[in-house]
Design a protein around this ligand. Structure first.
Ligand SMILES: [Mn+2]
Length: 366
């Protein structure tokens, strides 16, 4: 499916209109609605949804319907991500083996668009043998949703920008791109690719680009002309949904807004930041448990040998070796009066987020 020729939607924007770009909503309707509200999104703006609005989160169908509803006004434009291409299950070259993989995926995740749609149709998924048995039901019950999904472009091109979910190939004419060229590239910023036109992508949570510090804010690389905006919404416990703000269609004067639901508290004393820190993250998260405690456990990261205290509830198994939830020992540099978002309260201190950066604070919070 990723080998098919990509659909690129040309978009002419009126001058002077603000452009918001949001990616990787991943079925999180609450974050999406709250971010639009925070940005005071309205008819005077343009909104680009940069792919992966479905899957992983609690309400994929709700997010799809919200985007469809917003799209009616004509100022909302949506790109297909690697989690949004569900219309492919109805294409003639879709195989029975692929149906099996989809069924396994749906029952493993127990969430996502097909899960939501089938539950809303009253289908008992635990009785269902194959996805092929319910494709008729899906088409009958959700004709508008499938029509919308079938028409999603793989990229949107304006005079100054290309919006694609994960990347593009600067050595290939745009018209020769496949769907996969736009949505199947991991870690775009480390591939050495640079572009003539600004490329705005999601897909790769931005915190994965740094080893020592967890930062969820968009990365603007002016040399490569890439803006990477996935703040780890749904995928990371401390993640956020970012909206890149382009002041008007030819501007490079980027800013952003972010939404997360954590309570905001106030720091009561200055704290110096740590000079050395590490971020153990998904994909490279095997640790050896040196000393298991009730609240914290002393652990050694297997690949690097780095030692840190990890919340015991973040360890995924009781064994000597365990994978763990994303963890950092970074101590944030803070000043009394700073406002922080509270992620975890522990007996030793607080895991907080300050201006998009997650770390520890060991004083009192007001
Ligand atoms: Mn993706």
């Amino acid at each position: 499916m990723y080998e098919r020729q990509a659909v690129i939607q040309p978009l002419r924007l009126a001058p002077g209109r603000r452009i918001l770009v949001i990616s990787d909503i991943h079925g999180n309707l609450a974050y999406f609605d709250a971010l639009l509200k925070k940005a005071a999104f309205g008819p005077g703006d343009e909104l680009i949804i940069d792919g992966d609005f479905l899957e992983k989160g609690p309400d994929s169908l709700g997010v799809l319907r919200r985007i469809m509803e917003l799209s009616k006004a004509g100022n909302v434009h949506c790109v297909c991500g690697n989690c949004d291409n569900w219309y492919d299950i109805f294409r003639p070259d879709w195989s029975p083996e692929a149906d099996e993989r989809v069924m396994d995926y749906v029952m493993w995740r127990q969430s996502g668009l097909l899960w939501d749609m089938l539950n809303a149709s009253g289908v008992d998924l635990f009785e269902l043998e194959s996805i092929s048995d319910c494709k008729g039901t899906l088409l009958r019950r959700f004709p508008q949703e499938w029509d919308f999904l079938s028409k999603l472009p793989d990229a949107i091109e304006t005079e100054s920008f290309l919006f694609a979910h994960a990347g593009a190939d600067p050595d290939k004419p745009l018209r020769e791109h496949t769907a996969g060229d736009f949505c199947r590239i991991d870690s775009l910023l480390t591939t050495g690719r640079r572009f003539r036109k600004w490329l705005v992508v999601g897909h790769w949570p931005v915190m994965l680009y740094r080893e020592n510090i967890v930062c969820a804010n968009p990365i603007i690389d002016r040399e490569k002309r890439i803006v990477s905006i996935d703040g780890g919404c749904v995928l990371k416990d401390d993640g956020q949904l970012n909206a890149l703000i382009i002041p008007h269609k030819d501007s490079e004067d980027f800013s952003f807004l972010a939404y997360d639901p954590f309570p905001v508290r106030t720091v009561t004393r200055d704290q110096a930041g740590s000079e050395r820190s590490y971020y153990i993250r998904w994909g490279d998260n095997q640790v050896r448990v040196l000393r298991r405690g009730e609240e914290f456990s002393r652990c050694r990261h297997v690949r690097t040998g780095y030692e840190m205290d990890i919340l015991t509830k973040y360890l995924y198994s009781d064994g000597e070796y365990s994978d763990c939830n994303d963890s950092t020992d970074y101590v944030l540099p803070l000043k009394a009066g700073d406002r922080v978002s509270l992620i975890e309260s522990t007996s030793l201190g607080y895991l907080v987020k300050h201006r998009g950066v997650t770390g520890w604070y060991f004083g009192d919070l007001a």
